[in-house]
Design a protein around this ligand. Structure first.
Ligand SMILES: [Ca+2]
Length: 176
């Protein structure tokens, strides 16, 4: 599967920091973030197969937006912006080391007998996940191998510590 990375999308600045004639800075608005593959806070859109990252978790919505349309102009519906899960580099949902949000085409169903969405391979997030949270009715199952192979645990909505077998050792993810 192709992994498209947004190389460098810089949103137009919405405001500038202006100094008054006396020299006092009137305000210090937030800079609009640079979207790149290098930030620690990422979004991966399973429909467009685009990954985008930012340096500040408060800017994650910018990463979501950057994953919704490919450079070719192939856009996806608004429904493709549903977050199915958040995967943390650290245990206990700690954000300091970074996280990635997986966006799918729709929420998960109540049944766990079928896969509602799948993420494989994990690209830059392979062998990195240590805890996760499911969103939009999704339970999550990690696998040690690509293509939902190897060893896994049962579906669960959250995991504060994925355990020694899967910690930093997951290469695909199922949502149901
Ligand atoms: Ca980790």
């Amino acid at each position: 599967m192709r992994l498209a990375l947004v190389s460098a999308v810089v949103f137009a600045a919405t405001s500038l920091s202006l100094a008054s004639p006396s020299g006092a800075v009137s305000s210090v608005p937030r800079d609009v973030p640079v979207i790149s593959p290098d930030g620690d806070y990422c979004a991966y859109n399973g429909v467009t197969e685009i990954q985008a990252c930012v340096d500040d978790p408060a800017d994650i919505e910018y990463a979501y937006a950057a994953t919704e349309e490919e450079p070719s102009g192939r856009s996806v519906s608004a429904a493709a912006s549903v977050v199915l899960g958040r995967f943390f580099d650290d245990v206990n949902y700690a954000t300091g080391l970074g996280f990635i949000d997986y966006l799918g085409a729709g929420a998960c169903t109540a049944s766990l007998t079928t896969r509602d969405a799948g993420w494989s391979p994990l690209g830059t997030w392979a062998n990195r996940i240590s805890s996760f949270q499911g969103y939009n009715s999704c339970s999550i199952r990690l696998w040690t191998g690509v293509g939902y192979t190897g060893t896994s645990l049962s579906y669960r909505t959250t995991s504060a510590n994925v355990g020694t077998t899967l910690n930093n050792n997951s290469e695909s993810v199922e949502f149901s």
